[in-house]
Design a protein around this ligand. Structure first.
Ligand SMILES: Nc1ncnc2c1ncn2[C@@H]1O[C@H](COP(=O)(O)OP(=O)(O)OP(=O)(O)O)[C@@H](O)[C@H]1O
Ligand SMILES: [Mg+2]
Length: 372
């Protein structure tokens, strides 16, 4: 037990046990620290200011999740699929793959869905099954580097804190996992970062077969999340001989995307603006003004994040920390220029900035441009 407790602290294994997941589901919404103006801020005693700043640091580090159009539409699709899978146990259920580039909010959106689903199921069916087992509507496994089949099965058992997990063979582990899934009446099985699964050679037949076994035997909706799953051959139609197994997986899997924000259509610019407006509302600095992000920094923030929500949130979070620490108490281009962002975003930035300066691109919707 001590080993698993120690491992639970590791960031990449967060939420890997049902207790963690329960804590995540039950966590109350964070309350936003009160927004003080400059004068009120200066009037605080040193101790009060420390406490206030600590609360703000925490708050800014956890600004999400924001209900972006991407998140909303993913949730709608997931509800459709999960609810239509509520047929009787002997029918094979449709699986889902959320396949998109890193940092687009896959994990965030899927976990937010899992939380809602868990709550709904517990509210409707109670915390215990008819047989008196704890009910766990969601089992969520996050894979780490180079996970094999056996590790995957073990990770599922880890989620349930099953004692048989140390010694058994891959097949035994799989059967024990199935046992847990049946007795806890799991309905949604999430495999996050599935691209970490060891894919033998190029075909991935073994992986595919294992996932198929899960999809066939486990009465769950299988929700696969990862980067480049299509390239791994997960949904290949399998025209080539010997790939019929893959074809079967492909047929049963619905692929859902999580696109970045774009600014080449009016709708895209509008959504970008809505995101910045929502984000603005959440920032707790003394010297902000409406439009601080949505009007003054919209092109700049787009160039620095290339519409990737992960990069945007990192930048805004770090910017807020810096604004607070240095006493600037607002976000400006000058301040954000000092803030480092992830390497991919920095790389893509130059070209976009050129386009903005040359007037070849804008992130402002037409009605906003007209007013300005
Ligand atoms: N809807 C959202 N609202 C606010 N912040 C978000 C939202 N979606 C994602 N983020 C932020 O973006 C960052 C990246 O999101 P997330 O980890 O969900 O991406 P991912 O697609 O799972 O990436 P990876 O492929 O690397 O696992 C996180 O820090 C998260 O806080
Ligand atoms: Mg993720």
């Amino acid at each position: 037990m001590t080993g698993s407790t120690a491992r639970r602290d590791a960031g990449n294994l967060a939420l890997s046990r049902k207790e963690d997941f329960q804590a995540f589901v039950d966590a109350p919404r964070r309350t936003r620290p009160e927004i003080l103006n400059g004068r009120a801020l200066r009037a605080l005693t040193a101790a009060e200011r420390d406490a206030y700043n600590r609360a703000r640091r925490q708050w800014h580090a956890n600004l999400g999740p924001i209900r972006t159009p991407q998140l909303a539409s993913l949730h709608e699709d997931l509800w459709d699929i999960v609810d239509s899978n509520m047929q009787d146990g002997d029918q094979a259920k449709g699986a889902v793959a959320v396949d998109a580039f890193p940092g687009l909010g896959k994990t965030t959106a899927v976990l937010a869905f899992a939380r809602e689903f868990h709550r709904r199921e517990i509210a409707e069916h109670g915390a215990f099954t008819a047989q008196g087992h704890e009910r766990w509507p969601v089992c969520r496994v996050g894979l780490t580097g180079n996970t094999g089949m056996k590790d995957l099965n073990r990770a599922m058992l880890e989620f349930f804190g099953h004692p048989g997990r140390q010694t058994s063979t891959a097949t035994q582990l799989g059967l024990q996992a199935l046992d847990c899934v049946l007795s806890c009446e799991v309905r949604l099985l999430i495999l996050d970062d599935l691209h970490f699964l060891k894919w033998r050679k190029t075909s991935g037949i073994e992986v595919s077969n294992h996932l198929k076994w899960i999809a066939n035997e486990f009465p769950v909706t299988l929700l696969k999340v990862g980067v480049g799953l299509a390239d791994k051959g997960l949904f290949s139609e399998g025209e080539a001989a010997g790939e019929t197994a893959l074809a079967q997986t492909g047929r049963r899997t619905t692929r859902l995307d999580m696109p970045p924000f774009t600014i080449d259509t009016e709708q895209g610019r509008h959504q970008w603006r809505q995101l910045l407006l929502a984000l603005e509302q959440r920032i707790v600095l003394a010297d902000t003004h409406p439009g601080m992000l949505a009007d003054d920094l919209c092109d700049y923030l787009f160039a620095r994040s290339t519409g990737h929500i992960g990069s945007l949130m990192t930048l805004v979070n770090r910017g807020c920390q810096r604004a607070q620490r240095t006493g600037t108490e607002r976000l400006t281009q000058q301040l954000l220029d000092y803030v480092k962002n992830d390497a991919a975003a920095e790389h893509a930035r130059r070209e976009l900035e050129y386009a903005f300066h040359a007037g070849k691109a804008t992130s402002r919707p037409a009605n906003v441009r007209a007013v300005r």
